[in-house]
Ligand binder design. Structure first.
Ligand SMILES: [Fe+2]
Length: 201
């Protein structure tokens, strides 16, 4: 907005703009319309350290790709669906057969976040990680109440999930890919394509 045409001519106090809470965590910008809400960090606890361990260079990663879909469901149903993986071996076969070991999939609730984790099919993937500083021993995803998740594929590839409630029966789902280099490697591109074709939504 700072660079928008005529923005400097607008008298902000004449347009009923409301103050919002804004926090930056690992390069991600979180906005909360409730200025009295507790700080994001207070609700994250150990999750904040884990995200830093598995995606230490997220703030300098490059935006590579966005996959999006419209889901015909209330956002709470969508989040409920994301918060279990019993459906994964039916709906996301490539994920459960090629990426993780589904028998060890765990979801751990803590405060305002949920940790999803599983052993990868191919063991520790640090050898192939684009980011050598990243922890890569397990597949991890963290759901952050209410509408965000951060996920790390084996190999240290980071994605962020956003669910945007459009109306009571429609939710937009966006998955953004964050990579160490501006252009995806062939394996990153293959992972992206596979996710879009077989795992997304
Ligand atoms: Fe799913």
């Amino acid at each position: 907005m700072r660079n928008a045409k005529h923005i400097l001519e607008i008298q902000l106090n004449e347009h009923g703009l409301r103050r919002v809470s804004l926090e930056v965590f690992q390069g991600l910008v979180f906005v909360n319309l409730d200025t009295d809400a507790a700080p994001l960090a207070a609700g994250l606890g150990a999750t904040a350290d884990e995200i830093r361990d598995y995606l230490p260079n997220l703030p300098s990663c490059h935006f590579a790709h966005r996959t999006e879909a419209l889901l015909k469901a209330n956002w709470k149903i969508v989040i409920e669906n994301f918060s279990e993986c019993y459906h994964c071996h039916i709906v996301h076969k490539t994920f459960t057969e090629g990426v993780i070991k589904p028998e060890a999939y765990k979801i751990i609730a803590r405060g305002d976040s949920r940790l999803h984790c599983a052993l990868p099919q191919s063991g520790d993937t640090n050898d192939t990680a684009a980011d050598q500083a990243a922890k890569t021993d397990i597949f991890t995803a963290w759901y952050l109440w209410p509408l965000t998740a951060v996920q790390v594929y084996p190999g240290g590839v980071g994605t962020t999930f956003r669910w945007i409630p459009l109306d009571p029966e429609l939710t937009k789902f966006e998955v953004d890919w964050w990579l160490a280099a501006p252009k995806p490697t062939s394996s990153e591109q293959a992972m992206n394509n596979q996710h879009e074709a077989t795992t997304f939504a």
